[in-house]
Design a protein around this ligand. Structure first.
Ligand code: C5P
Length: 445
């Protein structure tokens, strides 16, 4: 998995910086090219020469120093290096950026997009997966500011590994120790597998709410924010998919680098989804479609004289229609938001609509929130996940979509490679990547 890849290892200024030496050795031993990027604080603990010797590459620690230090890189990465701007070169060349240790200060800088030094500049310029391995004193870790910052990084798609609990350099005991090197190394391997897992696959996402006009100024709609669907689109994009996002109105900006089709009504959404689904290999329908629309739309603003009766007619069930015209091998996943008897209803929906999986969520936990607690409901299984950021939920759904795709023979080379890797990456519990990560995060909380 690591052979022929380039890993940028970011080291910030905590006592655990010395453990990053082991991480570099671990990565090198598995065939990866490594470029170490250090903060000034890190260089107080370990000299750049140590990392240069271990990595076999010049160490980047000075934003103002030599801009083309001549990295020894695999061919693919070497082609991306322009040799003009050091931090941009590293960001372009690296298949993954892992920051270990990540101090509270560095995490705060990442959250705010500050880039005063080489490491934060690489992080800002990078589009590769970001793995953050916090290590700090227990109270710095527990501080609500740090906790909020870590949540923000997770919500943006960063993978946070650790910290672990135990005796700390300060003499205190508790969470704050850098995760062990094997765990960090495995997270790097998983990120690399994931990164290419949807390479070239056409993924269609339906997101946002719909608006059904009553008159020229009023609409019938719901409280959906669009965050879940956007997280799915971002997750699929970052795995190399060609993403089409059919989006109704939403409360946040849509993701960059996806093909976006803007719609307002359910009828418009149906047309766009039907059209795009003809070539899609994975369809994820997270949109909150209005169940009803006014039978008649007034061309003039309705006046407030007396009471108003609106006659409503049902909207088309887009998901059911997509299921009825499903291409061979296409994976189709829908959502269900239920206030009672969730599991029973989700199962019924699975059957009625003819989809592979229903993501069950509840209004209090899902609507508008940055986090979600969902159950992945299939014909014979129901897997309840812990509270996760919507991006993390999206990753779980995408992992499952890949497995479903492979099961029906739709997986391309990347999908099969991912399956093989999931089986062969040695893990403490020999389980696929996703459940283990969730469990690890739960322990970290
Ligand atoms: O039937 P219900 O609205 O509970 O089903 C939810 C699922 O169906 C979601 O995936 C939603 O996007 C989709 N849906 C649809 N068209 C509708 C209503 C819901 O595609 N008119």
């Amino acid at each position: 998995m690591l052979s022929g890849r380039t890993v940028a290892v970011g080291v910030s200024g905590g006592i655990a910086a010395y453990k990053a030496c082991e991480l570099v050795r671990w990565l090198k031993a598995r065939g990866s090219a490594v470029i170490v990027v250090m903060t000034r604080g890190a260089a107080e603990f370990v000299t750049p020469l140590t990392f240069q010797t271990l990595s076999g590459n010049p160490v980047v620690h000075d934003l103002w120093g030599d801009q083309s230090p001549g990295f020894d890189l695999p061919q693919g990465a070497a082609r991306k290096v322009g040799g003009k701007v050091g931090h941009v070169d590293v960001a372009e060349a690296a298949d993954v950026l892992v920051i270990a240790p990540a101090t509270a200060n560095l995490i705060a800088r990442l959250v705010h997009g500050e880039a005063p030094d080489a490491l934060t500049s690489v992080a800002l310029a990078s589009r590769s997966p970001l793995i953050v391995c916090p290590a700090m004193d227990v109270e710095m870790w527990r501080n609500p500011v740090t906790q909020a910052n870590v949540r923000t990084l997770r919500a943006r798609g960063a993978i946070v590994v650790g910290p672990e609990s135990g005796p700390l350099a300060s003499g205190l005991e508790g969470p704050g120790r850098l995760a062990d090197i094997e765990t960090i190394g495995q997270a790097v391997e998983e990120a690399l597998v994931r990164r290419a897992s949807l390479e070239g696959v056409r993924v269609l996402v339906g997101a946002g709410r719909t608006e059904e006009p009553i008159d020229p100024v009023r609409v019938l709609t719901n409280r959906s924010s669009g965050k879940m669907g956007f997280a799915l689109a971002e997750g699929a994009r970052d795995r190399g998919a060609e993403v089409t996002l059919v989006a109704g109105p939403a409360s946040i900006d849509p993701p960059e680098r996806v093909k976006r089709v803007g719609v307002a009504t359910a009828a418009e959404m149906e047309k766009a989804m039907v059209e795009a689904s003809r070539s899609a290999e994975v369809v994820l329908m997270a949109a909150a479609v209005a169940d009803f629309r006014p039978r008649r739309v007034s061309t003039r603003k309705v006046k407030r004289d007396g009471s108003l009766e609106l006659e409503l007619e049902p909207n088309p069930d887009i998901l059911a229609r997509l299921a009825s015209m499903r291409r061979k091998g296409q994976v189709l996943i829908g959502f269900a938001l239920e206030t009672e008897q969730g599991l029973r209803r989700a199962r019924a929906k699975l059957q009625e609509k003819g989809v592979d999986l229903i993501v069950l969520n509840a209004p209090g936990e899902a609507i508008g929130s940055d986090t979600n607690r969902v159950t992945l409901v299939e014909a014979r299984t129901a897997r309840r996940l812990p509270v996760l950021s919507k991006r993390e939920v999206a990753e779980e759904i995408l992992d499952r979509a890949l497995e479903l795709r492979a099961a029906r023979g739709g997986a391309g080379r990347a999908g099969r490679a991912r399956q093989v890797a999931a089986r062969t990456v040695p893990t403490p519990r020999a389980r696929p990547a996703a459940p283990r990560r969730v469990a690890a995060r739960r322990e970290a909380r």
